[in-house]
Write a protein that binds this ligand. Structure first.
Ligand code: ADP
Length: 408
């Protein structure tokens, strides 16, 4: 089945076209600066899987215009990969927040649209943009089935003891203030790959205890038992948990009113600071990009070194916490930009953890190259496997879409 995967943000539309029969990507790309200053400086980058990529500056006043240009690029006589739009059989959308309503991917109908609207107050920047993308596709591809794949859905199996905050209960009951977790599609994807490897190694699927560590610009971890998420580091919003590129992660909540009392910050200013000026960037004062920090720390920059230490220490602390939550541990999985590419960060995150059965092989860690089926970098004699597995959220969205549309 030919499936278009769409990830629509407030001023961008990312896309990837798949043939789900072969699981091959046919093309991918992104429209950026959509609707910004009337969309006059918007750019479309289109990358066919084979053939040359192209970039074009075209006016995109709204997401509907962006969608039309994307579809035009997919059918373009030179750069296109399909001959007509009729070849697109379904569209899968990344939707950030599904609240407690959606514990799995859903075929989009009026009920689903109303549900996504209803939980928009929990993700005011993302869900409305996702809905704009859904409507733009309905307009551009009338009659083509669409599916919503939620970032939160995988974590809906988390039990009350892990999702409640210590707030008055009405905050949860009446206002939905609980931990939801994000990056669910990535945690689900890599835990599926790791689960296959563990099954081959003789660990029964329903007993598998896996910790997935997604380290990109946004970072989160998940404890996965028998294929189900039992805990995750992000909470009501993607601000909680690990240190990230620009987000602070776990924080004493008393700091928030202090930002107002001491510095006169408004709630919006505090929110912007905690999301955009903290994390690796805030601690190091150098960059939010791990590559820059590794170079700066090597050159003797102490604050870059402190940011890296804090980043890795939190991952290690959560590995300890999650092995306790799982009641055992078979595998730790590193994924996303930092997790897949940075051997020094992986090594530091699991340093001195042999007591828990985690001990990586230095050579394997340093020489690992990305393999879709994952690579084991642990010493053979250890009880916990450490895998590097490239995440592929778009492929999982395409798979879910094909399976829901074909009724499998
Ligand atoms: P996003 O969350 O935006 O999808 P990515 O998963 O692409 O982000 O991850 C981006 C992060 O990965 C950046 O901090 C970048 O520095 C880091 N990264 C990419 N390659 C390397 C590398 N070789 N070594 C260290 N960090 C890397």
């Amino acid at each position: 089945m030919i499936v278009l995967v769409v990830n629509c943000g407030s001023s961008s539309v990312k896309y990837e076209l798949f043939d789900t029969t072969t699981e091959k990507s046919l093309a991918s790309g992104a429209a950026d600066r959509v609707g910004v200053n009337g969309g006059t400086q918007a750019i479309l980058q289109h990358r066919p899987a084979s053939g040359t990529a192209f970039e074009t500056q075209r006016s995109m006043k709204d997401h509907e215009t962006a969608m039309e240009l994307i579809l035009e690029a997919l059918c373009h006589p030179e750069h296109g990969v399909i001959s007509s739009l009729n070849e697109i059989q379904a569209v899968g959308h990344r939707v950030v927040h599904g609240g407690e309503k959606f514990a799995a991917s859903m075929l989009i109908d009026e009920y689903v649209i109303a549900g996504v609207e209803e939980v928009a107050e929990l993700a005011p920047l993302h869900n409305p943009a996702n809905l704009v993308g859904i409507r733009a596709c309905m307009h551009a591809l009338p009659g083509v089935s669409q599916v919503a794949v939620f970032d939160t859905a995988f974590h809906q199996t988390i039990e009350r003891r892990a999702y409640l905050y210590g707030l008055p209960y009405e905050m949860y009951e009446k206002h939905g203030m609980r931990r939801y977790g994000f990056h669910g599609t990535s945690h689900r994807y890599v835990s599926l790959v790791a689960g296959r490897l563990l099954t081959e190694a003789g660990v029964p699927a329903d007993e598998q205890c896996i910790i997935t560590v997604h380290l990109g610009n946004g970072c989160s971890m998940s404890a996965v038992k028998g294929g189900k998420s039992v805990d995750t580091t992000m909470g009501l919003t993607p601000l909680e948990g690990l240190l990230m590129g620009t987000r602070c992660g776990d924080l004493d909540p008393a700091i928030v009113p202090m930002l107002h009392d001491k510095f006169g910050m408004t709630p919006a200013e505090a929110d912007a600071m905690l999301n955009k000026e903290c994390g690796l960037l805030g601690v190091s004062g150098v960059s939010s990009d791990m590559r820059d920090l590794l170079v700066a720390a090597e050159e003797g920059n102490e604050r870059a070194a402190a940011a890296i230490e804090l980043f890795c220490y939190r991952v290690k602390k959560y590995i300890g916490a999650y092995s306790a939550a799982l009641g055992g541990l078979h595998a730790v999985v590193f994924t996303a930009g930092i997790g897949e590419n940075s051997s020094p960060i992986r090594a530091k995150c699991v340093e001195n953890m042999a007591y828990l059965g985690i001990n990586i092989d230095e050579d394997s860690n340093n020489t690992v190259t990305s393999q879709p089926d994952g690579v084991d970098i642990s010493r053979p004699e250890t009880s916990v496997r450490v895998y590097v597995i490239p995440t592929d959220e778009e492929l999982l969205i395409a798979r879910d879409t094909a399976s829901l549309v074909s009724g499998d």
